[in-house]
Ligand binder design. Structure first.
Ligand code: SF4
Length: 329
């Protein structure tokens, strides 16, 4: 399931309602956690060079190789928090003398808004660092990870609202994995677990849509069209996980002039995704619970995160820190 499902489970104490033998564990669905360090390192470099870097607030404290964006801001780097790509474009319009870069991260949920903005036209002093990632390829990767036994998938309803419940059908049909697309209310998550358990009891593998009040089989065709006009799909790096085939969205050649990574030169450095002792890579694929990392709550806290999973409200370690460190709480 996605970390945002974990949020619901932890916040409402849903594990206490589940039988002992039912284990629910979050996978790699936190956008901030999987954004590779190279994106942050380059954003830091630009900010310190005087370029205005606009980001979602969640990215500010994420540890990077040399420093976080927050530290860059403290060193007079021009880092500004925005709530949307439109806000970032507005910053560029109001400051024509400045170069403005938007760090565009997230999954299928946020990619269409950036695409829409680029298609509408942006000022010349605006460009984008594009680090969008796709959820289904990461789920496929999980199926090949040793040491994890998966009996079923709870798929993120907000992603399915864009790409459609049908995009998750492959897991039931090709991999024979019981699959349920679920919303994020406590009842959604509990019902999704029940639907999975019924499939397992009956020895079936179907793709069911628990979130039918929002998600259609074909998804949001308009958003999909926007994405296909602006992005190419290709192999991409995920922080702590590595390269996943066909899992990233990259700006098409027609948008090269707004691609910050083509517009600027960057100092070549070795980008460090996982610091020594950090276990985010194991947390993200569900191999361990956050409380099994020896840094959890000691060296690594939301006030001073050591790994990316402790930063965002969607980070699994942050969720465990907030709602209780033991998975059965
Ligand atoms: Fe990474 Fe911190 Fe979580 Fe350990 S507690 S896995 S260092 S985020």
């Amino acid at each position: 399931m996605a970390p945002i499902h974990e949020q619901t489970i932890s916040r409402f104490g849903l594990r206490s309602l589940l039988p002992e033998e039912v284990e629910v564990i979050a996978g790699p669905g936190c956008p901030v956690c999987v954004t590779p360090t190279v994106a942050l390192d380059r954003a830091v470099e630009l900010a310190l060079r005087g370029v205005t870097v606009t980001v979602f607030g969640d990215l500010l404290m994420v540890p990077a190789t040399r420093m976080s964006l927050l530290e860059a801001k403290a060193r007079r780097g021009d880092v500004r928090v925005v709530y949307s790509v439109s806000d970032a474009v507005e910053v560029a319009r109001r400051n024509p003398e400045k170069e403005v870069v938007f760090v565009s991260v997230g999954f299928e949920t946020t990619a269409p808004t950036t695409a829409s903005e680029l298609l509408r036209g942006v000022p010349e002093n605006f460009s984008v660092m594009c680090y969008h990632r796709l959820i289904p390829p990461a789920m496929e990767l999980l199926l090949g990870v040793g040491d994890i036994h998966i009996d079923g998938f709870i798929c993120p309803g907000h992603v399915a609202a864009i790409i459609g419940a049908g995009a998750f059908r492959v897991f039931a049909e090709a991999y024979k994995m019981p699959t349920v697309v679920a919303g994020f209310e406590p009842n959604d998550v509990l019902l999704a677990i029940l639907m999975l358990l019924r499939q397992l009891r009956d020895g079936e593998a179907r793709c069911e849509n628990e979130y039918s009040r929002v998600v259609r089989e074909e998804g949001n065709l308009k958003a999909q069209k926007l994405m296909s006009e602006v992005y190419d799909v290709a192999t991409a790096d995920w922080r702590g996980i590595g390269r996943i085939p066909q899992s990233g969205l990259f700006l098409k050649r027609e948008f090269e002039d707004v691609d910050a990574e083509k517009r600027y030169e960057f100092t070549p450095i070795k980008h460090v995704d996982i610091n020594p002792g950090c276990n985010c890579h194991l947390v993200m694929v569900g191999k361990i619970y956050p409380s099994e990392c020896r840094l959890f709550g000691k060296t690594c806290t939301p006030q001073k995160p050591y790994g990316p999973c402790m930063v965002s409200s969607e980070g699994t370690c942050r969720i465990y820190y907030k709602y209780g460190e033991h998975p059965k709480l």
